[in-house]
Design a protein around this ligand. Structure first.
Ligand code: MLC
Ligand code: AMP
Length: 493
C-alpha cells in the first residue's frame, strides 16, 4: 500500500476531509477508497498501472477515487472540471485510459465516451470486497498530470509513488505540518499545487483538508471566519482577488477577518511570481509575510522561502530539503552566485518521464540527469530570484501554465484567420493575460470578435481564452521572417 495511504491508519478517528457540509474520518476514507479499489479490480489481483481517468469536482469523492485507484495498482489521471470536451478527450486518448469515472454532473459531457472501448463507471457503482489488495512498490507509477510546453501537444507528466512521497515529505518537514493543521483547498485538483502541497501534505500529516469546490472570495472569508482553518496556500491571483474583496468590506467586518487571519500558522503563495505589492498589502491585512515558494509539475516544489527566518520579498528562497538545485548556462555548466542562468533540479522528487514521449523526456534532462526547468534565475545573497523564462511561448496566467503555440494552433483552424501570434502581457491581477494578433484570410471581410469568442468557447478552457485582440496586416518579424514575440508584446502594451 502506498505510504501516504498506509499512514492514514494512525489517524483513523481524526477528520481527514471536510466537503459538501460533511466531515469524513481517515477510517471512512480508507474504507471508501478500498471499495473503489475492489470495484476497479473486479476480482483481478492488480490493475498493473492501468490508467484510470476521473472527473469529479474537488472534494471527498475526488480523494476516495484517487486513493482507490492507487490501492488497486492503477495510475490516477485527474481530469480538469473546467476543460471543454476536446481537452478532456485528448487526455483520455493520450493516456489510453481503460476506465473513466465521473460524478453525475459530468455524465452528459462524457456521454461520447460511453460507446468507446473503455469502462465507464459511475460514482454510485462502487462495491465492497474482501480479498487482499495488491502490494504497491514505491517505484511504481502513480499519477499523470498534463502540462503544456514549447513544442507539440500537452505532455503527461508521470510521477511514481516514490516521487510523490519525496515531494510531500520535503514540504511536511520544511513547513512544519502537524496533525493539528486544518487547510482550505480552493485550487483545481489536476495540478500539483492543489494535489501535493495542500491535499497530500495534509493527509500525510493526519491533518484536515477542507474543500470549497471553486474559488470565491466571499466563501473563502466565510470559512476563515469559522475559525477552524489555520493554513492557506494559493496562487498570487487569488491573493489579489482576496485583497480586492477585503477592500470592499465594511470596517467592522475587516477588523474581525484580520483578527482571525493573524491566528493562522502559515500562508503560502506560489505557481507564479508574487508581486511585492500583493505581499505588502496582504501583510497589512493579515499580519503574515506570505511564504513564496517555487515549483513545477515535473518536480513538485524545489525552492522555498524559510518557514522560520527571513522571507525575502521578490525572491523564491533556498533549495528545499532533499532537493538539489543549480543555476546553469546554455551548455549546462554550473554558474556562480550572482550569474543568471537556468534553474536545474535533481532529486527523488523529480518526475520519471513524459507519458510515451521518450524524446521529450530526454530533451528535458541534461546528459547528467538534471531537470531543465526553463526558468531563468540568479542567486542573490543566498536567495534565488526569478528573472524570467527562456521561452516567450510559455504564459502563466492565474497560476496556469499556458502554451501560446497551442492557442495559435486552434486560432489558425478558424476559416477567417490566416495567421496569428499569441503572447502573454503583464497584468497585475492575472500575472499575464493572453493577447492574440490576427491576420485575416480575407481582409475585405470583417471578423466579429464576439463570434470568435463564442467559437473558441468549446475549444479552449476559459483561462486560455485571449483577452485582447489586434487585427494586423502582418505580424512583427525579424530579418529572417520569424515572428518577434517581444515586439508583439510591446504592440499590446
Ligand atoms: C478566468 N478569467 C480570466 C482568466 N481566467 N481572465 C483573464 N485571465 C485568466 N487567466 C475570467 C473569466 O473569463 C471570467 O470572466 C472571470 O475571470 C471568472 O472566471 P472563472 O473561471 O470563474 O475564474 P476564477 O474561478 O475566479 O479563476 C481564478 C483562479 C483560477 C485564480 C481561481 O485561475 C485558478 O484556480 N488558478 C489556479 C491554477 C493552479 O492551480 N495552478 C497551479 C499549477 S501547478 P467573466 O467576464 O466571464 O466574468 C504549478 C506548480 C507550482 O504551477 O509551483 O505550484
Ligand atoms: P507548471 O508547469 O504549471 O507546474 O508551472 C511551473 C512554472 O510555474 C515554473 O516553471 C515557473 O515558471 C512558475 N512558477 C512556479 N512558482 C513560481 C514562483 N514562485 N515565482 C515565479 N514563477 C513560478
Amino acid at each position: 500500500m502506498p505510504a501516504l495511504i498506509d499512514r492514514a491508519r494512525q489517524h483513523s478517528e481524526r477528520i481527514a476531509i471536510r466537503s459538501g457540509g460533511k466531515a469524513y474520518t481517515y477510517q471512512t476514507l480508507l474504507q471508501d477508497a478500498a471499495q473503489v479499489a475492489y470495484t476497479l479490480l473486479e476480482g483481478k489481483p492488480d490493475l498493473e498501472e492501468a490508467r484510470v481517468a476521473f472527473l469529479v469536482e474537488p472534494g471527498y469523492d475526488y480523494v476516495r477515487l484517487q486513493w482507490g485507484i492507487w490501492l488497486a495498482g492503477g495510475i490516477a489521471v485527474p481530469l480538469c472540471t473546467r476543460h471543454p470536451l476536446p481537452s478532456i478527450r485528448y487526455v483520455i486518448e493520450d493516456t489510453q485510459a481503460s476506465t473513466l469515472i465521473c460524478s453525475p454532473e459530468f455524465e452528459d459531457l462524457l456521454a461520447p465516451f460511453r460507446e468507446a472501448a473503455l469502462w465507464f463507471l459511475r460514482l454510485s457503482e462502487m462495491e465492497a470486497g474482501e480479498s487482499a489488495l495488491p502490494a504497491i512498490s514505491p517505484e511504481r507509477r502513480a499519477m499523470i498530470l498534463y502540462t503544456s510546453g514549447t513544442t507539440g501537444s500537452p505532455k503527461g507528466v508521470v510521477t511514481t509513488h516514490q516521487n510523490l512521497e519525496a515531494q510531500v515529505q520535503s514540504l511536511v518537514s520544511s513547513w512544519a505540518w502537524s496533525r493539528e493543521d486544518h487547510i482550505l483547498n480552493i485550487l483545481p485538483l489536476h495540478h500539483v499545487h492543489g494535489i501535493i502541497n495542500i491535499l497530500s501534505c495534509a493527509l500525510w500529516s493526519g491533518a484536515c483538508c477542507e474543500f470549497l469546490p471553486r474559488f470565491e472570495a466571499e466563501a473563502v472569508f466565510e470559512r476563515f471566519l469559522e475559525g477552524r482553518i489555520n493554513l492557506f496556500m494559493a496562487v498570487p491571483t487569488i491573493y489579489y482577488k482576496l485583497i480586492a474583496h477585503y477592500e470592499k468590506m465594511p470596517p467592522e467586518q475587516r477588523a474581525s477577518l484580520s483578527a482571525v487571519l493573524r491566528k493562522f500558522r502559515l500562508m503560502v503563495s506560489g505557481s507564479a511570481a508574487l508581486p511585492i505589492s500583493v505581499l505588502e498589502q496582504w501583510r497589512e491585512i493579515s499580519g503574515h509575510t506570505l511564504l513564496e515558494r517555487y515549483g513545477m509539475t515535473e518536480m513538485g516544489m524545489a525552492i522555498s522561502n524559510p518557514y522560520v527566518g527571513e522571507r525575502r520579498p521578490g525572491h523564491i528562497g533556498k533549495p528545499l530539503a532533499g532537493v538539489q538545485v543549480r543555476i546553469a548556462d546554455e551548455n549546462n555548466q554550473p554558474l556562480q552566485d550572482g550569474q543568471s542562468g537556468e534553474i536545474q533540479v535533481k532529486g527523488p522528487n523529480v518526475f520519471q518521464e513524459y507519458w510515451q514521449k521518450p524524446e521529450a523526456t530526454q530533451a528535458t534532462f541534461t546528459p547528467d540527469g538534471w531537470l531543465k526547468t526553463g526558468d531563468i534565475a540568479l542567486v542573490d545573497q543566498g536567495y534565488y530570484r526569478i528573472l524570467g523564462r527562456n521561452s516567450v511561448d510559455i504564459i502563466k496566467s492565474g497560476g496556469y501554465k499556458i502554451s501560446a503555440l497551442e492557442i495559435e494552433e486552434v486560432l489558425r483552424t478558424h476559416p477567417q484567420i490566416k495567421d496569428c501570434g499569441v503572447v502573454g502581457i503583464p497584468d497585475a491581477e492575472w500575472g499575464e493575460i493572453i493577447a492574440a494578433s490576427l491576420i485575416l484570410a480575407d481582409p475585405e471581410k470583417s471578423l466579429s470578435l464576439d463570434e470568435l469568442r463564442l467559437w473558441l468557447k468549446n475549444k479552449l478552457p476559459a483561462y486560455q481564452m485571449p483577452r485582447k485582440y489586434l487585427i494586423q496586416e502582418d505580424l512583427p518579424r525579424n530579418v529572417m521572417g520569424k515572428v518577434t514575440k517581444k515586439a508583439l508584446v510591446e504592440l499590446f502594451s
